[in-house]
Ligand binder design. Structure first.
Ligand SMILES: *[C@@H]1O[C@H](CO)[C@@H](O)[C@H](O)[C@H]1NC(C)=O
Length: 384
């Protein structure tokens, strides 16, 4: 009889605590998992991992996806059969051209999604669509560059071995290929040349209106004269970008998708000041992108801040971009020397005025380039 009583009361306790559990879990917190649509305006500041996956997205034509959130459920897809990719801190996946369903775990406020490799947790579900595009060749070129950076085909023991890039450029010009005139050359570099005098190659490049774009590692692994490439880029209306990842450097430079240099200045600055810059008349309509290299190496300390502004009195439009030293850090390691603003202004056949405010602790040279899908009917003049 006693035993029965004990069992009975144990059962009662179990039952009671069971129902306690039920009561405690009957009202879960509200689902508030975060999502973010990535597009050309915000993808740069939401840069992600894994590095290769993120880069293959950056070099594509992208647009924002459809993200439908209904309480604790989410559906993400792209229209027109575009592929989509998802990212979060430290992870990412290519989902492809079907839709993704996920559910929000309200206790962790994180999405549970099936990425094709099983269920994964995404704190913030960032998604982007990649259009299957005509720029496939361009993208393939960049991916080749990524691969070469990871698996260099050649190495040299001595840090005094210089790059032979000046000879390579000369052979390119001397090939007399019918399409070299007006071409844009992208060079990915880990090692600087040993030469300083570039007058002969500059003359040949200018005769053929060839623009040289350099994407370089912030500290060259060898070669005696890192400043030579910045000088060469300056003199061909080109660009020289440094970063600890060559591919990240190339992202700030002008590229062939908008191949026309419509404005180009090399400005020597030191200390602080304001410059009123030459005006231009843009001939057509369309968007104009801005690339600025703020200093001649990736590791110098001279650049503090700058502001580049445009104004169009006739249209009543104006705008500016401002950068400080801190904002040019990439993954918090050494500074990049450059940045790019896509769609900086909308071209119309009217006068644009520009000003530059700057703050430098030492002398340096700024490269300012505006590039567009449409030319201005003539080659933009060179400066020394
Ligand atoms: C220039 O930058 C330095 C360092 O950030 C700052 O201390 C100084 O106040 C700035 N000068 C001007 C005129 O803005």
């Amino acid at each position: 009889m006693n035993l029965y009583c004990i069992l009975f009361s144990l059962a009662a306790i179990l039952k009671f605590s069971d129902s306690c559990l039920v009561i405690r879990y009957s009202e879960p917190p509200a689902c508030a998992c975060k999502t973010l649509k990535l597009d050309i305006w915000n993808i740069a500041e939401n840069h992600g991992e894994p590095y290769l996956l993120y880069n293959s997205v950056l070099f594509s034509t992208i647009k924002s996806p459809e993200i439908l959130v209904d309480d604790c459920f989410v559906q993400v897809y792209c229209e027109d059969g575009a592929d989509f990719y998802i990212f979060d801190n430290g992870k990412g996946a290519k989902i492809g051209d079907y839709s993704l369903d996920g559910s929000c775990d309200p206790y962790q406020q994180a999405w549970q999604v099936d990425t094709g490799n099983g269920m994964e947790q995404y704190k913030e579900l960032k998604a982007v669509c990649v259009l299957k595009s005509k720029n496939e060749a361009f993208r393939t070129g960049y991916l080749y560059m990524v691969d070469q950076e990871k698996n260099p085909p050649q190495t040299f023991d001595s840090s005094e071995t210089g790059s032979d890039i000046l000879d390579v450029l000369e052979r390119f010009v001397d090939s007399n290929h019918p399409l070299i005139c007006g071409s844009m050359v992208l060079v990915a570099m880990k090692r600087s040349p040993n030469e300083v005098d570039i007058s002969r190659i500059v003359e040949k490049l200018r005769e053929n209106q060839i623009t040289v774009i350099i994407a370089a590692q912030d500290t060259f692994s060898g070669g005696l004269h890192p400043e030579t490439m910045y000088d060469l880029a300056a003199k061909t209306n080109g660009f020289c970008a440094f970063s600890h990842h060559i591919v990240a450097a190339s992202q700030t430079a002008p590229n062939v998708l908008a191949p026309f240099i419509v404005y180009s200045l090399n400005l020597k600055v030191s200390g602080t000041g304001t410059m009123v810059l030459p005006t231009i008349v843009l001939s057509g309509y369309g968007t104009v992108h801005l690339s600025i290299a703020v200093q001649s190496t990736g590791t110098a300390n001279s650049f503090q801040s700058l502001k580049f502004s445009f104004r169009n009195k006739e249209l009543g439009t104006f705008g500016s971009v401002e950068k400080t030293r801190d904002e040019l850090k990439y993954n918090a390691v050494p500074i990049m020397n450059s940045f790019k603003v896509s769609n900086f202004l909308l071209a119309e056949p009217t006068f644009f005025e520009f000003t530059l405010d700057y703050n430098y602790s030492m002398e340096d040279t700024i490269l300012i380039r505006l590039i567009s899908e449409r030319g201005i009917g003539h080659w933009f003049p060179y400066q020394d």
